[in-house]
Design a protein around this ligand. Structure first.
Ligand SMILES: O=C(CO)[C@H](O)[C@H](O)COP(=O)(O)O
Length: 209
């Protein structure tokens, strides 16, 4: 199980400060969608150059123009980029193709997907990495992580699964019990008084699960 730090809803200085504090605990550094919208591909490039030994995830949340956006992410140094699961199959196929040309990967974000039929279609397209995601606005409506989320992936054991959405020290044990491949944590680390301590606690939970 890997720990992915999501840098979201932060200024560039805040991103760099959190990374500086918590880098040691991270397996994957996520440059969040909002951060990319604010600072462009330049921040993906800067972080990937500053942390060459870390896996870099650019949360592009692409939903169209897949080839172009995947190329943008990989050219900037991302190892993994993301696409929304509702996108056209051709968008997802183009991104998988772009990734296969450069030895990179695509994570398909299952936000809003409730049917395993779509997961099956993604599987047939060759998708091998997905994220179960409770969005920020859904969290605000009281939808928090719940182990039922994982039932969407029943029978798709070949797919690697990440899980994201308001995971904190109170919920990480339940998340880790489901044995996802990647646990994505944003605010519980980035907004903590001591991001390094929070990250270390998260890491120790997932290492001991
Ligand atoms: O992709 C995201 C938002 O779209 C976030 O990266 C993800 O939700 C993790 O952040 P948090 O732990 O704060 O919910």
């Amino acid at each position: 199980m890997k720990l992915q730090l999501a840098l979201d809803r932060l200024t560039k200085d805040e991103c760099m400060r959190v990374l500086n504090d918590a880098e040691k605990e991270m397996d994957i550094i996520e440059i969040g969608t909002g951060v990319i919208k604010e600072y462009g591909m330049a921040i993906v490039r800067e972080i990937s150059e500053r942390y060459p030994d870390k896996t870099i995830f650019a949360d592009m949340k692409t939903c169209d123009a897949g080839k172009h956006e995947a190329q943008q992410a990989f050219d900037a140094g991302a190892d993994i980029t993301s696409v929304m699961a509702f996108s056209a199959d051709s968008t997802i196929k183009d991104m998988l193709h772009a990734a296969s040309q450069t030895g990179n990967r695509v994570m398909v974000d299952l936000l809003g997907i409730h049917s395993s039929d779509r997961v099956n279609e993604l599987y047939k397209l060759g998708v091998d990495l997905v994220s179960l995601h409770v969005g920020k606005d859904m969290q605000a409506e009281g939808n928090l992580f719940n182990s039922d989320l994982f039932s969407l992936l029943n029978g798709f054991d070949d797919m690697e699964a990440a899980v994201a959405g308001g995971i904190n020290l109170d919920t990480i044990a339940a998340v880790a019990r489901e044995k996802p491949d990647i646990v994505i944590v944003g605010s519980a680390i980035t907004k903590a008084d001591n991001p390094q301590k929070a990250a270390a606690q998260m890491k120790s939970f997932i290492q001991n699960s």
